[in-house]
Design a protein around this ligand. Structure first.
Ligand code: CA
Length: 691
């Protein structure tokens, strides 16, 4: 006899019960609402209509009829906009009340879903909303933010604290009059705001918002519904929908695209989840009937089962169409199967091919899904149009995320040159990289550079600044600032997609007490006082902010840093040999469309002393050095050498012929006459010029 888990995965079950219609959930019109729920193992299903999202206010019970492919249907000939509902599903004699898996919104704490006239939730001129221009994945600069972190600290000056609406409050400033919130993000120049889970999650009690509890939100409850605690009224299902749309609209208006962090890999609880109440055991992987746990949260969903795959795909398409979300970050993407991920890419391409997709190419534990079928990092090359986080780059730059004392490239660790080079090319194949020396990967895992997300810090683990503080006790504050800048320069001059944690550009820190010697490395339920962005810190860290801003501007100005094809990267990037120990230097042949550069030289020097580099012939203009980054020329060197300052990056550009003539006319050559052999001199000149 087959086990239930084998039946659910069988071809026969799929044939009999796979429902491919697009009308699951509640389909509203003013005249009537149609309900359809997939519950193939149920013997009876009824629909409960309620006046409110909680409490004792049942309006009526409507029995549902069995329809095709294991679905149950009901039709109510009334205007049900704003009416809450659940399904009472009877399986093997046991009845459970469940919210609708396809529900579009809900009452407080997501217990009852709500019928909604989605048109009525559109903000003014929603139909005229225009997504900011965006061509290819490598053009993205990702900024990862928690909804509360933006606004909870007093220094944010934001009124809608902890709310979706707080994300789009314009004109806010810190105590020093510097921009905060969305104006700050805009000033920085990122392209995509990546929001930590903003769909409905479980552990914040939406009926007690005055408690001001914090949670990252990796505890999914309703996948198609915005989180209630981020709305101004979680008891009215229409409000969270409206405010999420307003947020997207406000970001788009400010030239910023929106990425949602999605967590389809598990639900907060499994036994009593709405999935399990509706079709017991179907949505989860099991082994001999026991839930398996690749998420390390007690369960894992079974994306390879057709109706789970459909649920995930439908949900993403819904966010992309109804809310105009521009990208998705998959939590523990390795739990999903490759076929599902490729299907998702296809489905979203039909909505908008500029939607970006990336995820964590690992699991949180073992899974019954075989490794070769998992959407893990090593299989990224099998998933075109989907990127994975490069933990190779992350840990090479700053040291291991879990071994807090371990140093990285920027903090002086040896033997990381090949790992940094691997990051520079965006995790693809390159003939100048010795893959046996790359941190975690012994071969390339990306087919195209657009499949690698380069970063040094995210919400998980220590912030970059805290990691540097713990791992370099012998270093000075100034040196750690240099390490931060070098880290950012590496990420933002590498091929692939750069990503940063919000506040990294202001030395964000999560100290657990006033001594500022211990830091929170897993702040998922820590108070706002630890998590929130302290906007006044922008004042003392303005030079770091400006450096990040300049790096982003430089990256945006140079298509050569954002190449799309692996072949281009392989041919155009050449690493220099015979460079000082522990350093990385490479040239990029930049003769391409929309480029002003003929070629670019990028140098990373993590040594605590300046190092000399001989430049290829020609006239080179520095745009990035230890102090400054941007699109303003800093100094020029002809046929010479440069000294790259301790713990710093230098980027120089050889302009294309046309541009050079323009420069001559503009008399920008003054600093570059002859060979300036001394980088120290160069450094002095640069400082003089800028101050
Ligand atoms: Ca919730």
């Amino acid at each position: 006899m087959l086990l239930q888990e084998e039946i659910f995965s069988s071809e026969e079950f799929n044939k009999k019960y796979y429902y491919d219609g697009n009308d699951l959930g509640s389909i509203y019109t003013k005249e009537k609402t149609k309900f359809r729920v997939w519950a193939p193992t149920a013997t009876e299903v009824s629909l409960n209509l309620y006046k409110e999202g909680s409490g004792n206010n049942l309006i009526e019970i409507v029995s549902m009829e069995q329809d095709v492919k294991g679905t149950w249907v009901a039709e109510v000939n009334k205007d049900l906009n704003g009416v809450y509902y659940t399904y009472l599903v009877t399986v093997e004699g046991k009845s459970n009340e469940a919210a609708d898996i396809y529900g579009r919104t809900s009452g407080v704490n997501g217990k009852r879903t709500m019928v909604i006239d989605l048109l009525s939730t559109n903000p003014d001129s929603w139909q005229n909303d225009v997504k900011p221009p965006f061509v290819k994945m490598t053009d993205a600069v990702l900024y990862e933010l928690h909804v509360r972190d933006m606004s909870m600290d007093k220094s944010s000056d934001i009124i809608n604290k902890g709310k979706f609406l707080g994300i789009i409050e314009e004109g806010t400033t810190n105590s020093y009059g510097q921009k905060t919130g969305i104006d700050h993000i805009k000033e920085l120049g990122i392209t995509h705001l990546h929001l930590l889970p903003s769909f409905d999650f479980k552990t914040i009690d939406e009926s007690k918002l005055e408690e001001n509890k914090f949670n990252w939100g990796y505890d999914p409850q309703n996948y198609n519904i915005p989180e209630g605690s981020y709305s101004t009224d979680p008891t009215n299902g229409a409000v969270r929908v409206k405010e999420f749309k307003k947020m997207v609209q406000g970001l788009h208006k400010n030239g910023i695209r929106v990425v949602m962090d999605v967590v389809y890999n598990h639900t907060f609880t499994a036994l009593d989840s709405d999935f399990n109440k509706t079709v017991p055991n179907y949505y989860y992987r099991t082994k001999n009937g026991i839930f398996t746990d690749a998420s390390a949260c007690g369960n894992e969903t079974a994306s390879e089962r057709l109706m789970v795959r459909k649920m995930i795909t439908d949900s993403l398409v819904y966010w992309a169409t109804e809310y105009k979300v521009d990208g998705f970050r998959f939590d523990l993407m390795g739990i999903h199967d490759i076929e599902t991920m490729n299907g998702i890419r296809k489905a979203l391409d039909k909505v908008d091919p500029s939607i970006i997709l990336y995820g964590e190419g690992w699991t949180g534990g073992d899974s019954p899904l075989p490794e070769h079928l998992r959407a893990v990092k090593s299989n990224t090359y099998l998933m075109p149009g989907i990127a994975a986080f490069s933990d190779d780059m992350r840990d090479a730059v700053k040291g291991h995320v879990f071994y807090e004392d371990e140093k990285g490239f920027v903090s002086g660790e040896k033997d990381l040159v090949e790992s940094i080079k691997f990051g520079v090319v965006g995790a693809i194949a390159h003939d100048q990289i010795d893959y046996s020396k790359v941190k975690y990967s012994d071969r390339p895992w990306a087919k195209e550079p657009s499949q690698a997300v380069n970063y040094v810090s995210a919400h998980d683990n220590l912030t970059l600044w805290d990691k540097l503080n713990i791992s370099t006790p012998e270093s000075s504050y100034e040196d750690r600032v240099k390490m931060t800048k070098l880290s950012a320069a590496i990420v933002l001059t590498s091929q692939g997609i750069p990503f940063m944690q919000a506040g990294e550009e202001m030395l964000r820190s999560k100290p657990v007490d006033e001594s500022r010697t211990k830091f929170d490395e897993n702040s998922y339920v820590s108070p706002d006082s630890i998590n929130s962005i302290k906007w006044d810190e922008k004042y003392s860290n303005i030079s770091i902010f400006n450096y990040y801003k300049g790096l982003i501007a430089f990256r945006k100005a140079h298509p050569a840093l954002r190449m799309e094809s692996a072949t281009d990267v392989q041919e155009r990037i050449r690493f220099l040999n015979n460079v000082p120990a522990k350093t990385v230097a490479f040239t990029i042949d930049a003769k391409m469309k929309d480029e002003t550069a003929d070629s670019i030289i990028v140098i990373y020097n993590p040594n605590t002393v300046a190092k000399e580099f001989t430049l290829p012939s020609g006239r080179w203009t520095a745009y990035i050095n230890e102090d400054f980054a941007g699109v303003t020329p800093l100094a020029t060197v002809t046929n010479g050498k440069v000294y790259v300052a301790p713990i710093s990056a230098m980027v120089l550009v050889k302009e294309q012929q046309v541009k050079m003539q323009m420069n001559k006319k503009a008399k920008l050559t003054a600093l570059g006459v002859g060979a300036i052999a001394s980088g120290i001199l160069l450094g002095l000149l640069i400082k003089k010029r800028r101050r």
